[in-house]
Design a binder for this molecule. Structure first.
Ligand code: GDP
Ligand code: IMO
Ligand code: MG
Length: 433
């Protein structure tokens, strides 16, 4: 049975968590394959809301195995907090959660480096990271010398490894501070405390840890139905996003195989998740951003505040140039349009259908972030709708202007729409195909 992927096609927070939970019902295994505790996914059903960060959004279906694959960077303290909160809510995880022994571990030095580097001022604008140590952990993974994987936590040489890394990091960290004032805030890391804390975390995680890729390859052979859950969004991809204002993993479609270990030939359905408008958290260019009362209205109606950092999300009109690029990069077979209800009540709604760059119309997404910062969006204006659509169950029952907006989105992105979401609940999902 082929696998299905869920990929965010914008700058994250497209409501991937909701669709993963929805599609889990048709699958047997759910796999989170990149990113870390920088992600914040919200799943709502039966009048309750659950926030997830590292644990796959499929965890609420007890019959499903939820895997964290090798491409993820795991913060043990953070995942144990999530496990405790899920247990308190009565969610069954004991038999379902499976964490790769190949996944890399986030340590306190990664968070400290994240804080110091984000502050370093080598760029004109800060990346505005989530501060979860994501970039430094992926850098150590690729650098190899000072990296620790989940499986290493159980090795006899773990304490010695931590002592050596801490000695190196205690030398290096003060040098990352941008000035003496920041340097004075850098506290030396205590290797023995880290060893004690992480040995305790390792014991608590032990029942969940194993060889996930081996399990997944067996699942492929056994024709199991697998759902792959992307975190962040395509425009935050370290290779193909708005570099350097990106995250440190391949969060576009290109990251699925590397992060999960599953062969590309197995992946047949790729669902691109889009908001009916655009949001972004953190720094970096955002061509359709609305720094005005319309942007604030979208923020208020969509409750656009970060799940992880609570920062107000930057809001703007739908950017078809960016989404068309991300959908092609992912090889999206279809789209899921989320938060359509948030646009109810606007007289007019804009879609960015092209960019003007240095006086010339361009249809492609610029590779250079400075060029992207200079583009002016070319808008097409569509009539809005006044009706509350949050209880609408079928495409036919949507207001005519909402239907024509969706049809135009599909046309400019170049992909068919399979799902339309009109509210956070499971039942507020319209299935088109
Ligand atoms: P993710 O990171 O892509 O999983 O998205 P987030 O969970 O960070 O952000 C999406 C937010 O929108 C969450 O608070 C969801 O509960 C909410 N949400 C999801 N779908 C809809 C929808 O169709 N309408 C509205 N109004 N909210 C939605
Ligand atoms: P989900 O999975 C939105 C952004 C940060 C910052 C940049 C780099 O909920 O969609 P990092 O901490 O990863 O080094 O920060 O990426 N970012 C996200 N924005 N949703 C996310 O995840 C994000 N994860 C990281 O705001 O601009
Ligand atoms: Mg989110």
């Amino acid at each position: 049975m082929p696998a299905t992927c869920v990929i965010g096609l914008q700058w994250g927070d497209e409501a991937k968590g909701k669709i993963v939970d929805f599609l889990t019902a048709q699958n047997e295994i759910v796999v989170r394959y990149q990113g870390g505790a920088n992600a914040g996914h919200t799943v709502a059903f039966d009048g309750k809301k659950y926030k997830l960060s590292l644990i796959p959004s499929g965890i609420f279906r007890p019959e499903i195995r939820s895997c964290i694959a090798s491409g993820v960077v795991v913060d043990p303290e953070s995942i144990l907090g999530e496990i405790a909160r899920l247990r308190e809510s009565g969610v069954e995880i004991e038999k379902n959660l499976f964490i790769s022994d190949r996944a890399h571990v986030i340590f306190p030095w990664h968070k400290e480096e994240d804080r110091l580097m984000n502050d370093a001022g080598v760029r004109s604008e800060a990346i505005g990271t989530t501060g979860r140590g994501i970039g430094p952990c992926y850098r150590d993974k690729v650098g190899r010398a000072s990296a620790i994987r989940i499986g290493d936590l159980y090795r006899a040489d773990f304490p010695e490894k931590v002592r050596k890394i801490v000695a190196l990091k205690n030398n290096a960290l003060p040098g990352l501070a941008k000035n003496d004032e920041v340097r004075a805030t850098v506290r030396p890391l205590d290797a023995e405390k880290i060893i004690a804390d992480y040995s305790k975390y390792a014991e608590q995680l032990r029942p969940f840890v194993g060889d996930v890729v081996d399990y997944l390859l067996d699942a492929v052979d056994a024709d199991k139905k697998v759902l792959l859950e992307g975190a962040q969004g395509s425009m935050l991809d370290v290779d193909y996003g708005t570099y350097p204002y990106v995250t440190s993993s391949n969060s576009s479609g290109v990251g699925v195989c590397a992060g999960s270990g599953l062969p590309a030939t197995f992946i047949k359905r790729i669902v691109g998740i889009i908001k009916a408008y655009t949001t972004r958290v953190g720094g970096g260019p955002f061509p359709t951003e609305l720094n005005n009362e319309i942007g604030q209205r979208i923020r208020d109606q969509g409750n656009e505040y970060g799940t992880v950092t609570k920062r107000p999300r930057r809001c703007g009109w739908f950017d078809a140039v960016a989404v068309r690029y991300a959908a092609r990069l992912a090889g999206a077979t279809e789209l899921s349009v989320m938060l359509l209800d948030v646009l109810s009540g606007f007289d007019e709604i804009n879609i960015c259908v092209g960019y003007k760059l240095d006086g010339e119309r361009v249809e492609h997404f610029p590779s250079d972030v400075d060029a992207l910062a200079r583009v002016e969006p070319i808008y097409e204006t569509r009539p809005g709708w006044k009706e509350d659509i949050t209880q609408v169950k079928t495409y036919e029952d949507l207001p005519e202007n909402a239907k024509s907006y969706l049809a135009r989105l599909s046309e400019v992105v170049g992909k068919p729409i399979s799902f339309v979401s009109v509210g956070p609940g499971r039942e507020q999902t319209i299935v088109l195909r």
